[in-house]
Design a protein around this ligand. Structure first.
Ligand SMILES: [Zn+2]
Length: 364
C-alpha cells in the first residue's frame, strides 16, 4: 500500500495569476510525475471547513478572506490588517475555497498520521508565512500550523521542520508559546531575504524555536552542516513523537527567489535525515519557483520518505515539452566551502545558547 497522498485538481485554483511566481503547474507536474512512477494514488481530501481554519486563525481574518474571495470588495480597506491585496498575496475570486482546499489536504494528512499512519503527504501545503491574523508571502491559511494542531490531539510532542529557503515565520509565531511544539527552520539569512526574521536568537521564551540562518550564496556543504548540527541535533534533544515537514525546494541554486546554492542531491539528504529519525511524518510542499527543479525534487523527496530509490531517468510518458532534467544536478555549485565558516559560528551560538534551552524544555 502506498502512503496516503492527498491531492485534487481543484487545488490548482490556488492561483495568484500568470505573472505570480507561485505557479500551480509545479504541483500539477509533480503529481503527474509521481503517478507515472507509480508511487502514489492521489486521494481527494475535500475542502477544510471554516472551523478548521479557526484552529489557527482569528475569526476576523477568516471572514475577511471569505469576503475578499467573493470579488465584491476591493482589498484596499482590508490590506493593512489582513495582508491580502499586496503584490505578494493579491486577492482573487475563489481564494477562500482554494485556501480551504490546501488546508483540507494538510488536515487529512495530519489526521492519517494521528490515527496511526507513519507517513502522509499534502504537497499543496506548507504555507508557512500565514500568521494567525494575516496573510503573508503567498500564504493565506497556515495548513502546517493546523496540521500540528491535529497531531497534538494524540501526540504530546510535535516538531515542525522547515527546509524552505524562507524562514517559517508564521508557524513559529503561531506555536511559539506552546512547549509541546518545537519549530525548527533552516533558511537564508534574514538580512538578505523575505520575511527578514529567523535569526539564531529567536528561540522562544522556553526553547520552542530553533533557527539556522544561512548566508546568501552558501553552497550545499554549509547548508547541510547547518541542518545536521542545528536542526537534526535539536530534534534529537526534543524527541518528537510526530513531525510536520515543510519541503520547500527553493534552497536550490536555480531557484529565482532565494540566493542559496544547494544542489538537488544535497537537499534530498536533509529529507533523508528527517526520515532517519524514525518518527511519523506529515510531509508538505512549500516554496520552489523553478519548474525544472520543483517536480523532480518533490518527487524525489516523496520517494525518499517512502524508502524508495529515485530513478535515474523519468518515465517516457512525461511530456518532452517539460524539458525535465534527471533528479541529480550534473555539477555541484562552486566554491564548495562558501558559507561554511559563518555557519560554523552560528552552530557554536546554537550549541552554547539555544540547544541547551531545547534540552531543558524537553525534560519538563
Ligand atoms: Zn520559500
Amino acid at each position: 500500500m502506498p502512503p496516503r497522498f492527498f491531492y485534487h485538481p481543484r487545488m490548482l485554483e490556488y492561483d495568484f495569476g500568470p505573472r505570480h511566481p507561485l505557479k500551480p503547474e509545479r504541483l500539477h507536474r509533480t503529481v503527474v510525475l509521481l503517478e507515472a512512477i507509480g508511487a502514489v494514488e492521489p486521494e481527494d481530501p475535500g475542502l477544510a471547513t471554516e472551523r478548521d481554519a479557526l484552529m489557527v486563525h482569528t475569526r476576523q481574518y477568516v471572514s475577511t478572506v471569505e469576503m475578499l474571495s467573493s470579488g465584491l470588495f476591493t482589498p484596499d480597506g482590508f490590506r493593512r490588517d489582513s495582508g491580502i491585496g499586496t503584490l505578494d498575496t493579491p486577492a482573487f475570486v475563489g481564494m477562500y475555497e482554494a485556501s480551504l482546499a490546501y488546508l483540507g489536504g494538510s488536515i487529512r494528512a495530519a489526521e492519517a498520521v494521528r490515527d496511526g499512519e507513519r507517513l502522509a503527504f499534502n504537497l499543496a501545503g506548507g504555507l508557512h508565512h500565514a500568521h494567525a491574523d494575516h496573510a503573508s508571502g503567498f500564504c493565506v491559511f497556515n495548513d502546517a500550523a493546523a496540521a500540528i494542531h491535529v497531531l497534538l490531539e494524540r501526540f504530546e510532542r510535535v516538531a515542525y521542520v522547515d527546509i524552505d529557503v524562507h524562514h517559517g515565520d508564521g508557524v513559529q509565531s503561531i506555536w511559539l508559546e506552546d512547549p509541546r511544539v518545537l519549530t525548527v527552520s533552516i533558511h537564508e539569512d534574514p538580512s538578505t531575504l523575505f520575511p527578514g526574521t529567523g535569526s539564531v536568537e529567536e528561540c522562544g521564551p522556553a526553547g520552542t524555536a530553533v533557527n539556522v540562518p544561512i548566508p546568501a550564496k552558501s553552497a550545499g556543504p554549509a547548508w547541510l552542516e547547518g541542518f545536521e548540527r542545528g536542526c537534526i541535533a535539536a530534534l534529537r534533544l526534543f524527541e518528537p513523537q510526530a513531525i510536520v515537514l515543510q519541503m520547500g525546494t527553493d534552497p536550490h541554486f536555480e531557484d529565482p527567489l532565494g540566493h542559496l546554492r544547494v544542489a538537488a542531491q544535497e537537499w534530498i539528504q536533509a529529507v533523508a535525515s528527517v526520515r532517519g529519525l524514525g518518527v511519523p511524518i506529515v510531509a508538505l510542499g512549500g516554496g520552489g519557483y523553478n519548474l525544472s527543479t520543483v517536480p523532480r525534487m518533490w518527487a524525489a523527496a516523496c520517494l525518499t520518505l517512502m524508502g524508495r530509490p529515485v530513478p535515474e531517468a523519468w518515465p517516457s510518458s512525461i511530456p518532452a515539452s517539460w524539458d525535465l532534467p534527471p533528479f541529480e544536478d550534473p555539477t555541484l555549485p562552486e566554491p564548495r566551502a562558501e558559507g561554511l565558516s559563518e555557519v560554523r559560528h552560528t552552530i557554536s551560538v546554537l550549541e552554547a545558547v539555544v540547544l541547551p534551552r531545547v534540552a531543558a524544555a524537553a525534560q519538563v
